[in-house]
Design a protein around this ligand. Structure first.
Ligand code: SF4
Ligand code: SF4
Length: 258
């Protein structure tokens, strides 16, 4: 009897969308040349933004964009989790609820009646929450949108069974690494860089603008100290609240309360 040689199949990648703008999925498409090399190593089994052709699960790696804002989403993410060996959330919506989490601090029914002509057709939860509030997550990649180089590192790492090498320092560290003059010290421009997760390469300070926190909070951010400094620079309590309450409102609110 001849021996049957088993052909090793490439890992299967799936990309899922929940409540989001699609920008993080576009970051994956934006990888262009790198995506072609990646496609040689993995099977892109489910990625509706790229192709309507899909392959059934289970999947070796799922990338999840978007937050949970409906009862259907809350059920669907459990199914995605069951079908995924590893699950990575990408972007501010999936890791922190996104800008739509502003509704967590407001009267949702009031908004719905003010915005929609037929509010009875709108079905939504009163909150927008991160994926990790619903199912276990293997890694969270921050950013609004995510950085494509970090995304490639994460996919590469999981495909090869290692932890991704993603720095957990602040945007300030990236400012120093690229030799950018601190806009807060030099010009008194309010900047969330000291408490914001690295990843963008300190893009805004490089163009003389303060960071507004689109990569969400870094590990153990000292928001008390930064709030004090923002007030020294002339910001009112209301404006400090506003600057923290944007794309990563829920995540910043948690660390500010803590
Ligand atoms: S400009 Fe902002 S991010 Fe850069 S060093 Fe100053 S405070 Fe930090
Ligand atoms: S500097 Fe701040 S606001 Fe600007 S891209 Fe980076 S994380 Fe986002």
């Amino acid at each position: 009897m001849s021996a049957v040689r088993r052909v090793k199949r490439p890992p299967k990648l799936a990309v899922w969308k929940f409540s989001s703008c699609d920008g993080c999925q576009l970051s994956l498409l934006d990888c262009e040349d790198e995506l072609l090399s990646l496609a040689g190593e993995i099977e892109i089994a489910y990625f509706l933004e790229a192709s309507s052709a899909t392959t059934r699960g289970p999947y070796d790696l799922s990338l999840v964009e978007g937050s949970i804002t409906t009862a259907e989403d809350a059920e669907r993410i459990k199914k995605v989790r069951r079908e995924s060996r590893r699950l990575v959330t990408i972007g501010a919506c999936a890791t922190a609820g996104g800008i739509q989490a502003l509704k967590n601090f407001a009267d949702v029914d009031g908004f719905i009646s003010a915005v929609y002509a037929s509010p009875e057709f709108v079905s939504t939860l009163s909150t927008s929450t991160a994926i990790s509030k619903h199912v276990p997550v293997d890694f969270e990649l921050r950013g609004c949108p995510i950085d494509k180089h970090q995304l490639l590192e994460v996919v590469n790492a999981f495909v090869h069974g290692r932890r991704p090498k993603i720095a957990s320092t602040s945007v300030c560290t990236e400012c120093k690494l690229r030799g950018t003059v601190c806009v807060m010290v030099a010009h008194g421009t309010p900047c969330l860089g000291p408490v914001t997760h690295a990843g963008c390469g300190a893009l805004c300070p490089a163009y003389n603008r303060g960071c507004y926190g689109c990569f969400g909070p870094k590990e153990t951010p000292n928001t008390v100290s930064l709030t004090r400094e923002l007030k020294v620079l002339g910001m009112s309590d209301k404006n400090v609240d506003r600057v923290f309450r944007t794309f990563n409102v829920e995540a910043f609110d948690e660390v500010r309360d803590g």
